[in-house]
Design a protein around this ligand. Structure first.
Ligand code: PGA
Length: 251
């Protein structure tokens, strides 16, 4: 179901107590700001999920894991499964973030397995795609994104596809302060939606496609105003409750 979403990706930040306090503050600010046509997601470190699930208003704040295993359970030291995340209170899981692709060698093939595993255990994947700077400069960004979508999502059935959320994150904009222009974001988001429509038909109109990469209170409104941009995946600015709220209020 297509909806506006603002998701905070906390990455490897916040001690346990800092994370709980941040979640409580976000929950309070979201409650005070009244009903908005936007779903709010926080994605803390795994250890914080169960407690955050208890302390926030669950009707207003959803929780995402930042990764999940390809396996269901067993002898996989250091991994976290979709089922464990779900049992701790997560509703979503971020998959295919460029930092996972770059630093941990996650491939499209592996991500295809993770997406299916997440769906099997009731987690909604927030599947990230996006090109690095050299690919954009070489004019290859559409090819890269096409491959990231086709290899990971195109063997899903219609029911599973209807649950997917996409995040377009140009890697050159992540944490760099260089944001894609609203026109650049819209161009790629439309490309993604058209590609999904070719494969899955009208269902692609119901897919939420988020923008990520240096999204801040000062630029969120003009990015979110685009027809095919349904919200944001927010890194740095999600770690300050007021900034995160200002981005939510950009809708
Ligand atoms: P940023 O990160 O907002 O700090 O650029 C976005 C992301 O990596 O999801």
């Amino acid at each position: 179901m297509r909806k506006n979403i603002v998701a905070g990706n906390w990455k490897l930040n916040t001690s346990y107590q800092e994370g709980i306090d941040l979640a409580i503050e976000i929950s309070k600010l979201v409650a005070e700001s009244g009903d908005k046509n936007v779903e709010v997601i926080v994605s803390p470190p795994f250890t914080h999920i169960a407690e955050i699930n208890k302390v926030v208003d669950n009707d207003r704040i959803s929780i995402a894991g930042q990764n999940c295993a390809t396996e269901t359970s067993g002898a996989f030291t250091g991994e976290i499964s979709a089922e464990i995340l779900w049992s701790a209170g997560a509703d979503y899981v971020i998959l295919g973030h460029s930092e996972r692709r770059e630093y941990y060698g996650e491939t499209n093939k592996l991500l295809n397995i993770k997406v299916k595993k997440a769906l099997e255990f009731n987690l909604t994947p927030i599947y990230c795609v996006g090109e690095v700077l050299e690919e954009r400069e070489a004019g290859k960004h559409f090819d890269v994104i096409k491959e990231q979508l086709e290899t990971v999502l195109f063997d899903l059935d219609a029911d599973d596809f209807s649950k997917i959320v996409i995040a377009y994150e140009p890697v050159w904009a992540i944490g760099t302060g260089k944001v894609a222009s609203p026109a650049q974001a819209q161009e790629v988001h439309k490309f993604i939606r058209d590609l999904l429509a070719d494969k899955f038909g009208g269902a692609a109109q119901n897919t939420s496609i988020l923008y990520g990469g240096s999204c801040k209170p000062g630029n969120a409104k003009e990015i979110f105003a685009n027809t095919d941009v349904d919200g944001g995946l927010i890194g740095g600015a999600a770690l300050k409750a007021e900034d995160f709220l200002a981005i939510i209020n950009a809708f």
